[in-house]
Design a binder for this molecule. Structure first.
Ligand code: ZN
Length: 263
């Protein structure tokens, strides 16, 4: 076992982007937008469980933690991949878990009120991170190419893969904003639109992301050279996905910690 673990660590070191979610910026934006939509009661509960740190502080934590022996049970929790011969509904379930079931379990446990303080803090950190991943199309990508990690493309003259483009290159090229500027610029929806975006559950939101992933694959064959036109086309989708992730994360947390806020 130890030998296999060693090989895995070597592989993880060789392919650092494998299983990663939005790059740091994307997760920070989701957590920042969510923070701005917490009710006072939820904010107090979240502040307390995070030991005085903010959701943004913990937004990326799981991407590193999942690669440590203590939390490696959560490696498959960042995604749910579906190959083209299946639909979202018919794709075989990963016996080690996936993002939809992880979010269902962690939020249910958090809402039950039966977790120790330490376990509740852990569940909260996971939900903050995974709600970001749920909105990254390549986290509902194909199983056979590891969510686009093996789908080779070029980003201008740099050889990379489709997963990495959606994690980092595309969001960072869309706007040179800090995470607070991202929130300032994108979190401007009307109450009606916000209510429409909050409609659904983890499964329906995953299906929505999966449908976007199919469009991304169709628009990005292997060896595509991604350039300005691609950034122009997909930046609004990145903006929308980060906004949805943030609004929905707040909605979930308000539902758990401030039931009076349920819409
Ligand atoms: Zn992740």
């Amino acid at each position: 076992m130890r030998y296999y673990k060693f090989i895995f660590i070597l592989l993880a070191a060789a392919f650092p982007s494998l299983t990663y979610g939005w790059g740091q910026k994307g997760h920070d934006v989701v957590a920042e937008i969510a923070s701005r939509h917490l009710t006072p009661k939820t904010r107090a509960a979240v502040d307390s469980l995070l030991g005085g740190k903010t959701p943004v502080y913990w937004a990326n934590w799981l991407d590193n933690a999942s690669h440590t022996p203590q939390y490696d049970y959560s490696l498959t929790w960042h995604y749910k991949n579906v190959d083209p011969e299946y639909t979202y509904e018919t794709a075989p379930l990963n016996p080690k878990g996936d993002i939809v079931r992880a979010l269902q379990q962690q939020t249910e446990a958090l809402g039950s009120g039966s977790l120790s303080r330490q376990d509740a803090s852990l569940a909260l950190k996971m939900v903050i991170h995974l709600m970001g991943d749920l909105h990254q199309p390549m986290h509902l990508g194909r199983y056979s190419d590891r969510g686009g990690n093996r789908h080779k493309v070029s980003f201008f003259d740099k050889e990379t893969n489709l997963h990495s483009v959606w994690d980092t290159s595309l969001p960072e090229s869309a706007h040179k904003w800090s995470y607070t500027e991202w929130a300032d610029q994108t979190d401007r929806v009307t109450a009606e639109l916000e209510a429409a975006l909050l409609d659904g559950d983890f499964s329906s939101w995953a299906v929505e992301t999966y449908e976007i992933a199919k469009e991304v694959y169709a628009a990005t064959p292997q060896d595509t050279v991604i350039s300005y036109d691609y950034i122009a086309r997909w930046s609004p989708v990145v903006e929308q996905q980060l906004l949805k992730g943030g609004l929905r994360l707040a909605y979930i947390l308000n539902g758990i910690f401030d039931s009076a806020s349920a819409k």
